[in-house]
Structures are given as structure tokens and as C-alpha cells.
Design a protein around this ligand. Structure first.
Ligand SMILES: Nc1ncnc2c1ncn2[C@@H]1O[C@H](COP(=O)(O)OP(=O)(O)O)[C@@H](O)[C@H]1O
Ligand SMILES: [Mg+2]
Length: 276
């Protein structure tokens, strides 16, 4: 991501303008197919999916159960591999990495948020957030502790740091899980129905956090059933039977993150602050 130059897209009602083609892509799927083996040839979970996402966008992935949303997200996150086609994240062909390279890549480049939070039950909330730093060797000891505390603070749950996950509400657990996903400052966040287990008020707060992260320059890809999320997303991709059947960009979508001064840049935040 460092040094990626992203010109703002022109104001347009339709979005199909040539300048988009020159915007560097955060995610590219090229003719991606995914077949899960099974009887009668298995299940075609994805069929010839070609999609690209610019950095700094909040993208909602919608569609009926079984339409291939989670499969697509897992390919982007390097959790699973395509049967055919290419998956590129920040220009890297993740499907070609071997297991250990993939794990190392994932730890630094992708934050994953799940419907059921998936915090480790025997670790405190703070320790859960420190874990990815430890696993990737990005920060250690007091440094890791300080950074985890700062992330919990930014999620509004600093006072929950010493508790075990089970002592937190669902919304607090999901905020802790987002803090964990941000531990190594990945450019990409993927979230699979992160609000599916939350009441509507808490769900809105969690979406607000994800939108804010996109405004700070993260690329956020979120699978959701929430009806009103489409209105808040920069782009809504609809899937059916393993194919993309609709792809709408919000006319009011904020431009992608501005050229960064640092890895995922402060300049972008300031620029957006003036545009909100
Ligand atoms: N690990 C798997 N093994 C076999 N079939 C799977 C597996 N994961 C998903 N599928 C099938 O692939 C299709 C798409 O699933 P999925 O991506 O989970 O859909 P969604 O997230 O939109 O509900 C479904 O038919 C599902 O049953
Ligand atoms: Mg799913």
C-alpha cells in the first residue's frame, strides 16, 4: 500500500468512467471459480467472478444464503483458494503463496471479523488483541500491550481490557474482535456477517466503526443481510448462485483514500475529514 497514488474519481451518477480503470486496485478477482468437491461434480460456489475494488472503500456483499458470499470473502482473505482464476490483493497473487507464506501474508495484510466474534475464551480481551502482534512478531511486550490498549480505547471499550470475552456483551465482543483485526494495521478488513448476532442498535454502531475505518483508508469488504447497509456502502455487490448479478456504486461515495504520507497514511484521514 505504501506510496499508492489514488486520484479521486470524478463526480458521477453512474461510475462507469475510464478513470476508475487507472485507480490501483486493492482486490482483484479474475475469472474466479470455486468448486467444492462432492457427489455429482460437487458444488460450484463461485462461477467466473471478475471484480475489482479500489482501496479505501466500504463494500457490502449481499445475496441469499448459499450464493457464494463467504466463499468469495475467504478467497480474498487467503483462508481458501480458488479452483480456477486469480485472486490478487494489493497486487499479490495470494492464491499462489504456499501455506506458510500465506499465513504470514494474511497476518499483516488482512483483518478478519466473524459473526460469532471468535475471541479466544481463556485470554483476556487485551491479550486477544495482542495475539496477532505476537504471532506476526510485529510488536512485543509493553509495546504490544500499549498498542492493544490504544486499539481498545479507539473502539470505546478500554474499560473491558482485563475481562474475559464471556464477560462482555455481544457488541463489546465484536468491537474487541475489530480491535484484534486491526492489531497489525492491515490495509484490508473482511467481515462476514459481523452484525448477524447483534441487536439492530449495536449492529449500527459496528457498521459505523467499519465505515469510519474505510474513511481512514482501509478497504472494508463486508458480507451482510442488513437491509439499510446498502445505503451506507460505497458499493454494493449482489451475488446469486455463485455469480455477481448486480454491482452498484453509490453516487455519493466518498473518494478513495488520498495519497498516503506513511504506510496507510495520515494525509488520507485529513483529506477525508474535510469531505465528510
Ligand atoms: N466447505 C464447503 N464444502 C462444500 N460445500 C460448500 C463449502 N462451503 C460452501 N459450500 C457451498 O458453496 C455454496 C456457497 O456457500 P457460501 O459461500 O457459504 O454462501 P453464503 O455465504 O452466500 O451463504 C453453497 O452451496 C454451500 O453449500
Ligand atoms: Mg456465508
Amino acid at each position: 500500500m505504501a506510496g499508492v497514488l489514488v486520484p479521486p474519481p470524478p463526480a458521477t451518477q453512474h461510475g462507469h468512467v475510464s478513470i476508475f480503470e487507472r485507480v490501483p486496485k486493492m482486490i482483484e478477482l479474475r475469472h474466479v471459480g470455486k468448486v467444492f468437491p462432492g457427489p455429482a461434480g460437487g458444488t460450484a460456489a463461485l462461477v467466473d467472478v471478475t471484480l475489482a475494488f479500489e482501496p479505501g472503500r466500504f463494500v457490502a456483499l449481499v445475496g441469499k444464503s448459499g450464493s457464494g458470499k463467504s466463499t468469495l470473502l475467504n478467497l480474498v482473505a487467503g483462508i481458501d483458494r480458488p479452483t480456477t482464476g486469480d485472486v490478487l490483493v494489493a497486487g499479490r497473487a495470494v492464491h499462489r503463496l504456499d501455506e506458510s507464506a500465506l499465513a504470514a501474508w494474511r497476518g499483516r495484510h488482512v483483518g478478519v471479523v466473524f459473526q460469532f466474534f471468535q475471541l479466544l475464551p481463556t485470554l483476556t480481551v487485551l491479550e486477544n488483541v495482542m495475539l496477532p502482534m505476537d504471532l506476526c512478531g510485529t510488536r512485543r511486550g509493553a509495546d504490544a500491550r500499549r498498542h492493544a490498549a490504544a486499539l481498545l480505547e479507539s473502539m470505546g471499550i478500554a474499560d473491558q481490557a482485563a475481562k474475559l470475552p464471556a464477560e462482555l456483551s455481544g457488541g463489546q465482543q465484536q468491537r474487541a474482535a475489530i480491535a484484534r483485526a486491526l492489531a497489525n494495521d492491515p490495509p484490508l478488513l473482511v467481515a462476514d456477517e459481523p452484525t448477524g448476532n447483534l441487536d439492530s442498535h449495536t449492529a449500527r454502531l459496528v457498521v459505523d466503526l467499519l465505515v469510519a475505518l474505510a474513511r481512514q483508508g482501509k478497504t472494508v469488504l463486508m458480507v451482510t443481510h442488513e437491509r439499510d447497509v446498502g445505503a451506507r456502502a460505497d458499493r454494493v455487490v449482489t451475488m446469486a448462485d455463485g455469480r455477481v448479478v448486480a454491482d452498484t456504486r453509490s453516487p455519493a461515495a466518498a473518494p478513495p483514500a488520498a495519497p498516503a504520507t506513511g504506510p496507510h497514511g495520515r494525509a488520507a484521514e485529513h483529506r477525508h475529514a474535510g469531505l465528510q
